[in-house]
Design a protein around this ligand. Structure first.
Ligand code: PXP
Length: 238
């Protein structure tokens, strides 16, 4: 069965909106595990806009399933990762002005730097996955650098109009997935996956892990809203 990595960054984004202590992503991780998550995924960004160093430290000690750290190839973040040692690191590009990770990592053009980070992380005992656009040259470069896994960027598929356009993007993902498998790397995918569009991606052969955040957190807010209001009303009427 395909493993589900639940990305809890948005829980931290909500907390940071008030710079308070709720909602705590550590609690969200525990609830995700109760719900059956196979991995907890967090992105420690250089600007610390959502996940904080404290979250990573506490999650390292409390998460019982796989802890997957999304991170850029920045010296400071690499040092944090090597100290904390998540089970898996997913290398992503990072730009301060972006709302979310926009494209895949440019491995082909930055082999030397990415290769150095892959080695440092692997020496620290961390499994390395590279977040890539579904392109042949990026996948070939990832294989050359010895990455254990590739996470295919599903953003274009997610944004495509249902029908021909979406089928074309799914075809691109399937072809890229075949390259990943042929190269002997583990296949992951993520970004923009929702309750409506996830199934065809989950059905791609030997898909091992899907990382999903926005859609799960969005649903959690809505399915939990009524109960939260009822609990406040109950307090007021007591
Ligand atoms: N995978 C990677 C590498 C990401 O950067 C993100 C977004 O943080 C996700 C998966 C999850 O994307 P979404 O929040 O759209 O489900």
């Amino acid at each position: 069965m395909v493993e589900l990595g639940v990305n809890i960054d948005h829980v931290a984004t909500l907390r940071q909106a008030r710079r308070t202590n709720e909602p705590d992503p550590v609690w969200a991780a525990a609830l995700a595990e109760l719900g059956g998550a196979d991995a907890i995924t967090i992105h420690l960004r250089e600007d610390r806009r959502h996940i904080q160093d404290r979250d990573l430290d506490v999650l390292r000690r409390t998460v019982a399933v796989k802890l997957n750290l999304e991170m850029a190839c920045e010296t400071e973040i690499v040092a944090v990762a090597c100290r904390v040692r998540p089970d898996q690191a997913t290398l992503v590009p990072e730009r301060r002005e972006e709302v979310t990770t926009e494209g895949g990592l440019e491995v082909a053009a930055h082999r030397e730097r990415v290769g150095q980070v892959v080695r440092e992380l692997q020496e620290a005992g961390i499994v390395v996955s590279l977040f890539l656009d579904p392109e042949e040259r990026q996948i070939a470069a990832a294989a050359e650098l010895g990455a254990e896994a590739v996470e295919l960027h599903t953003g274009r598929y997610a944004l495509a109009r249902p029908g021909n356009e979406q089928n074309r993007e799914l075809g691109t993902l399937k072809a890229a997935a075949a390259r990943v498998r042929e190269a002997g790397m583990t296949l992951h995918a993520g970004h923009g996956l929702t309750y409506r569009n996830v199934v065809p991606v989950a059905r791609i052969g030997r898909m091992h892990e899907l990382n999903i955040g926005h859609s799960i957190v969005s649903r959690a807010v809505l399915v939990g809203f009524e109960r939260a209001v009822r609990e406040m009303k109950a307090l007021l009427s007591a």
